[in-house]
Design a protein. Sequence first.
Lengths: 763, 161
Amino acid sequence: MKDYSVIGKRVVGIDKIKKVTGAAKFTADLFLPGMLHGKALRSPYAHARIVKIDTSQAEKLPGVRAVITGREIPRVKFGLTKDIRDQYLLAIDKVRYVGEEVAAVAAIDEDIAEEALSLIKVEYEELPAVFDAESAMKEGAPQLHDHVERNISPQGVIHFGDVDKAFAECDHIYEDRVADAKVSHGQMEPYTALAAYDPASGSLDMWAPNQSPFTRRRALSNVLQMPVVKIRYHNVHMGGAFGGLSDPFPAEFIAALLSIKSKRPVRVAYSREETLIAIRHWPSVVVEMKVGVKRDGTILAKDCKLTLDGGAYMSSSGLAAFQSYMHLEALYRLPNVRYEGIRAYTNKTPSSMHRLQAYQLAILEEMILERIAQDLGLDSVELRKQHATQTGDILPSGTHITSFALRECIDKVVAVSGWREKKGKLPPGHGIGIGCSGSYTGFAMGFRLNSSALVKFNEDGSCSVFSGCIDNGQGNESMLIQIAAEVLGMPMENIELIAGDTALTPQDPGTYSMTAAFVSGNAVRLAAADAKQQIMEIAMSMIGVPANDLEVKEGRVFAKSSPEKGIRIESVVREAWRRGTAVQGRGSYTPPAISEHGWADQTTATRGQRGITYTDGATVAEVEVDQETGVVKVLNVWQAYDCGFALNPMAVEGQWQGAAGQMLGRTLFEKHTWDEKGRLITDSFLDFRMPRSSDIPKVNTFIVEPIDPRGPFGAKEVGINAGGGVGPAIVNAIHDAIGIWIKEFPITPEKVLAALEEKEGGA
Amino acid sequence: MKQVSLTVNGEVYEVAVEPWWTLLEVLREKLYLTGAKRGCDRGDCGACTVLIDGKAKLSCLTLAVKAQGKEILTVEGLTRDEELHPIQRAFVEQGAVQCGFCTPGMVLAAKALLDRNPTPSEEEVSEGLSGNLCRCTGYTKIIEAVLVASETMERRQETAK
């Protein structure tokens, strides 16, 4: 392994001291002079026509500075892509879920704003509603959107090889099904938006946690009908995203409208209840899978169907319907695969993506692998290794796998967990299970898949890096500085990063396409390399050393052959200015995935390089099932994942441990519940059952590093495959402990007891 | 409105408050000490944790008027003369901080824990912090950081003796 100065080291993030001293400002920590407080009035009905709204009493309340309803907004719908524009960010004619925003107020304090909301009179005509995907897709079900038949959007099939022919050649067929519940992403920061409209210039300044300020700006520009250059999203500290901040929310639309109307800055701070009810949920799915094998265990075909409950508006859940397939596409060698994805609209909170969208698909696949191994008397670890994809493989879609390490991950996790000593040898009620998962980096996003970066030098030899990438807490900002520092041979403290500001930084995909390291990182690497090249060219003429003998390190440019012959970077920078030029590095990177396709073309874009590169990993979990209470305790988790080169091992471990906690929570505790009128009952962290420190065991993480040929320094991605194998490993471990496959999640004590009772009854 | 005198991080603040305002609101909106966070406003998440007379308290469930005459410590008061408290340093060096939203509350809860029990076991730390939610880290590095901090603080005590 190459010896780097700062890359590959356990670097302390540049933002951590600010955060640990409470100095870091999140959106709700910002105060602007004259700032008002905005609050939204929400629909109490899951599906209703808005007949009349009377805001006259609210407008008269002292302290109220602006009131808005859907009557005053441009009739422009929002959607992540042109083809899926289905939402008015403030309801106009109809509401489609309990909690949807119907009106909003800006007042001098929150108490007055709340009181004003209670004075707004709305007349609704209640409509019949649907709350699950199956009911929503039936003939005659209530229609949520006029342009969508049977509430189905999208629906598509991906097919490689010939699945039906392959099934005919199999000796054994396995069929199974899993289903799960909706959960929240659970970002610790409640959603907050701050808008400051300046009537003099017609400019709008915005602050809000997000996953791509450029997407947000464009969307606001469309729905507010303001030019893009008049809207600026600023950088701000963000309290987690996890895929749940993929689109602009009514909060910032409302904040902007209230600010425009009142001519004052307006902060709309959602409460925790509002954040759980009215931003995004992770879609719940039903997965059905059929796998065909030969008697020696060779898997010939896989046929799966995923039905997704997408909620009242599309958001990014339409992509989620196919992301499940895309994430796992590379994991095992399967020549014949068919996948059908269907998403249904329901009268519930809109759903978006969340980290590993293939979480449920992986659980079912890994469950079936265990069943196959058990039935055919095979070792399930060897069965996985036998089918594991390897570097150099070409998938049925034509995608080249440029680096992969599933076998190594499996070997590593088996070794560190003591699998061989424990499997089949643990006391009753104790079990150990293994699960694999994978992801891909970068999906087709058209022109948005580009990241560009700039590097400018200052007169003292320090530099500023400009990147559109944002940091939701993953450590992206630190990562970009680390990359620039390595290329330029400078200490990180001498580099300033200006990131994620639509007025100051170039375009970037954002953090929902698994591209922060691969794409944004490469753009910064290229910009730094460009700046380095410019420095060397000028230095060449200043110290008379040929280019191939030059090195840039520790603030100096010098001859490798005789290091004392050199000059400080600041001298070069100043000389450049004297010559009428400037040291300004430019870098731009668009990965060679099939980027001419847009977001919606996941099924039609079936051939070619679908993802740029792929990650993988294996997880082992050890559980103890209390057969009296049904409580499942996860005793230990080991994960060995492949991220390509680990730019910062400490940050990588943190991401994988955090995701393990989220997936563990998803598998055992978390669930949203609605009443018969579509009202969310679990509108608190307590009820929704967020996992606590006492719920999650120590998560042992091991990094496997196949070097990717295109990633910056060989890095791929970290945050999406993260935790992916935890669900499968827990489900398999429970089976190992009590001999039962539990196929509905979360696996609550009630479900375990019911399953044990059923098993007893049947025995 | 009622005039109250609040002692925060060793400083006395005179502030006019409504009797129903929480300490969290007053700290954040009137004193601009935004380290304590509003995570849920109902005591479920611990992001608003401050120390009152050395004990970890949820400032979202504490009325500002009730905090009069007590020693309130917020995260801003942990750093002394630009030097990080050992718990803060351990959090930073062990990678226990990701998005940072839970961090102020978590650090203060850890301080209350270590002040009460200077040499906790891993399980005691895990239980002791169970009132503070974190979604980014999965808690593993947070617990490691608290254990490292406890060792550092023990060594300092030994050296001081």
